[in-house]
Design a protein around this ligand. Sequence first.
Ligand code: SF4
Length: 296
Amino acid sequence: MIRRIIMHLHTYVYETKTLKRFHRVQKDMIREIRKYGDPVLFAKAETIDRIGQDELDILSDMWDTMLHNKCVGLSAPQIGISKRLFIVNAGGVTIKGANPEVLKEGTLIEDTEGSPCIPGVHKPVRRPGKITCRYLDESGEIVKTELKGVAARAFLHEKDHHDGILFIDHLKPIQKRLILKSFANQTLINHDDELSIMTPTPTREEIQEVAKKIRPSIEKIAIKNGWILNENKDIADSTIEGLARNKLIHGKRFCPCRIPTGDAEADKIYLCPCRDAAVDIETEGHCHCYLYMKKQ
Ligand code: SF4
């Protein structure tokens, strides 16, 4: 509850332009890193038309968040913003930009990667050792350049996030499955609870199958409450798939953007629609995950 109030205050300060500038000069803006399972990490991010003040502010927060997490790059979806914004700070190269593209790729080289979205996991990934790439820089200029080594790797890694791809998606399916299983075990389980009845990390096909089944009841909930589902199909679909993933893992449709603690009683507030959905939809126009929206 206290955390929720703090988050609302934080959002208010952030969204009030004048106060935002004031707040920004006071201290670093370190944003929460979204963890594997959050639908924003699987969605296709929006292309940036122009770099305005909002984009610069997001890049600035991303920079602070990246330094805080000791990373060599960061992508906007990692802080919950589905936009094609990214940062690279590796191999002597610093880029803060948007819409990264790869024009030419060199020979594949293997090197270790990790991500704060999947803490504690580091694995070798094969990527081009050299690339020719293009992006929009902070001043809105299109830049075409060559990158190599760790800078090229960071650029490709961050660009992947814009298409819902994480570094573990480059591993063999069995390796990925084992990593996700151990990640889910570390993060979610209280073994004395009914929630501990854990299946291995479900496959995409299993998730889609369950998502198809639960969709009608999600639609019914929207109608019953006078809400609508997000008209952006990618966001609605990925959130419903997140609910389906939790249904497969925990037996209940917990919200994909909140990690259940394993305490069944406490976790009830995360069941979809969550306890705060009605208030959020009324005041902000959407639930926390942007699945349900206010009818206009
Ligand atoms: S209603 Fe609540 S639980 Fe359901 S998707 Fe939205 S934020 Fe998550």
